[in-house]
Design a protein around this ligand. Sequence first.
Ligand code: ZN
Length: 289
Amino acid sequence: MQDMNVCADSASHIDDSAALTYSPARTYRSRTLPMHPEKLQAFVLSASNYGENDRIVSLFTLEHGRISGFARAARSSRKRFGPALEPFARINLQLLRKEGFSSLRQADIITLHPAIRGSLSAIAHALYACELIESLTPEAHPLPRLYRLLASYLERLEVVPGNQDDRRLFEINLLNILGYRPSLEHCSRCGSVYGDRGARLQSDGDLACHSCAKNGRTVTTTALHGLRACLGTGRFGLVTFTDDEHVQIAGLLDETLTLHAGRKLKSLDFLRQSGSLHRAAVPLTFRHS
Ligand SMILES: [Zn+2]
């Protein structure tokens, strides 16, 4: 029943302030690792074959954050792993933590997200979300709010197979949880509140007011308001943006995410090739402006 509770909680508790807050400046120090396998919940972020029988997986666990795992004989042992070690699968697992690669002992599927796997657009968005987390999170650092955000986004993709509004809501909440959120209310240079002219995007990915920044693409007040609404609700499907706002937000968020990832994401090309950057027709229930 514990797993079901996490599912039910996923949409409503993204902004749980009691959850651990991650500081980018904080570095992980190895602790004494348990001698016995632990039972964990996880999403498979990525997986690749190793040799003839083994599999290397990147996991995002609820309990310990991102962990690299080694599944010996995963390709030949259907009993221990079955099809569980596929990207964006949600699993229960037994794992012996080690420095470097931890040892996977068993994995059981909670959900493979079957509807996502039936849609190219949804697959592209799910892989992109997983790669963002793999690129932006430190190893072995628990991030339960981000875990719930990913759970909520994948549940949403099961129903609505990928659109820009949901993608941007996921991204701005991810940046917020990791402490990388651009300054959406005040100028990052002088601290003044943005006026009616909105903000200007700077080369470092942050925003500044029109007095401090003479150049840079404008992000309008309605676009900034929409992003703040994404943080306020934390729920998918409640905030929508116009095409113009999407262009502004893409400039801001793509810049910021690439900066912190330190590289261009591989899944971004797939996302573009799948044609899924076009907005899907989603019923509107709330307009932020
Ligand atoms: Zn300023």
